[in-house]
Design a protein around this ligand. Structure first.
Ligand code: GSH
Ligand code: FE2
Length: 358
């Protein structure tokens, strides 16, 4: 019974989303879809000719917002989430042992708490794959210092509930921060530096207590949003006329374009730099042909931009320019998007600039 399988990546949060579908009945599931990637994933669903029956989460994420609600609105998929997550807006609460069907195939839910209290891993019917969320990462594991995380609980979840799967079972985690894509139970038993077979519970707990990681950047916005399954507080606008670039609509309500697209399409848009003149001339330099219109003067000068060409706004980090997109919309410009990550990401990607220092 052949299965369609795709691993998708969100570079912003280093999250993996998985598409699974029965190739005969065309019924599909998405595991851990990301809000900003909803258009990409919906396009893939359409191109593969599958029907998204449900989205399921491995847990309430702290670092990105789920696209569960968006897909439900647009594609009619059901929202599935662990019963211990406590979120509202769920269509089906998943208990340990639940069976999640897609066509003739199914996943079995296995509660693997510890990173959060509600974490669930999903095991494919023939035990050839397990989607571990943040319970077990490749050569690592999810942190245990927030969302009712608990290191001894995580140790037991991994040892008893995941390492009991066949050594050949492929592991597909919710994240990887180093570029690895998958692993296997046998491999992690041997090489996981936190949870490998030779490591005792006390060693593990000591390791986790001293990780000293800063909280995820998006945590304060992501957790409350995910507790509503990603339902935004305000309406999501119509995407009419927003097909001039592969734009994504962020949970914060901003249309964004990625730096690599902009670099290849500079002649198709007006780049508007909303920093101050000294920054425009400063160390980061500016994008070739960018028009300098400091944020404070943008509203009064918006008429200069009304020539029909889409506008991409840029600043240092992408924050001021996000605000600029809101101001320009108020002035009646509709084809406006923010350059994701601003000049900082542009420079990090080594894209071309005028001025600036290396
Ligand atoms: N820098 C990342 C932090 C991501 C993070 O803390 N990820 C959690 C999963 S939600 C984790 O458990 N990371 C494990 C680790 O980094 O060792 C962000 O700001 O989003
Ligand atoms: Fe997580």
């Amino acid at each position: 019974m052949h299965m369609i399988f795709r691993q998708l990546f969100d570079p912003q949060s280093s999250t993996y989303t998985y598409l699974l579908a029965d190739s005969a009945t065309r019924e599909a599931l998405l595991i851990d879809p990301v809000f900003e990637q909803a258009r990409r994933d919906a396009a893939l669903v359409e191109e593969l000719g599958v029907k998204l029956v449900a989205t399921l989460e491995t847990h309430v994420h702290a670092d990105h917002v789920t696209a569960a609600w968006l897909h439900r609105q647009r594609l009619g998929s059901k929202i599935l989430l662990g019963s211990k997550c406590g979120a509202t807006g769920v269509d089906r609460s998943i208990e340990d042992g639940a069976r999640i069907e897609f066509g003739r195939r199914h996943l079995e839910a296995r509660a693997t708490p510890g990173h959060t209290a509600g974490c669930i891993s999903y095991v494919l019917d023939d035990k050839s794959m397990v989607f571990t969320g943040d319970a077990l990462l490749i050569r690592g594991c999810g942190r245990t210092d927030f969302q009712q995380g608990d290191a001894p609980t995580l140790y037991r979840s991994v040892r008893e509930r995941l390492f009991s799967l066949p050594d050949t079972c492929h592991i597909y985690p919710a994240h990887d921060y180093r570029g690895l894509t998958s692993s296997s139970v046998g491999e992690e038993k041997l090489y996981n530096p936190r949870l490998g077979e030779s490591i005792g519970e006390g060693d593990f707990v000591g390791y986790m207590t001293h990780l000293g990681l800063p909280h995820p950047k998006q945590m304060d916005a992501a957790v409350p949003a995910n507790m509503r399954c990603g339902k935004p507080e305000k309406d999501v606008p119509d995407a009419d006329g927003m097909d001039w670039a592969p734009l994504s609509y962020t949970f914060a309500g901003i249309w964004e374009v990625q730096p690599n697209w902009l670099e290849e399409n500079l002649d198709r848009v007006q780049v508007v730099d909303v920093r101050e003149p000294d920054e425009y001339k400063g160390v980061l330099g500016h994008i070739q042909g960018a028009k300098l219109v400091p944020l404070g003067t943008l509203t009064q000068r918006s008429g200069e931009l009304k020539n029909g060409k889409p506008v991409v706004v840029v600043c240092r980090s992408g924050a001021r320019s996000a605000q600029a997109t809101v101001l320009l919309r108020k002035e009646g410009l509709t084809k406006v998007a923010n350059l994701a990550g601003g000049m900082l990401r542009w420079r990090a990607l080594r894209l071309g600039v005028e001025g600036g220092t290396d």
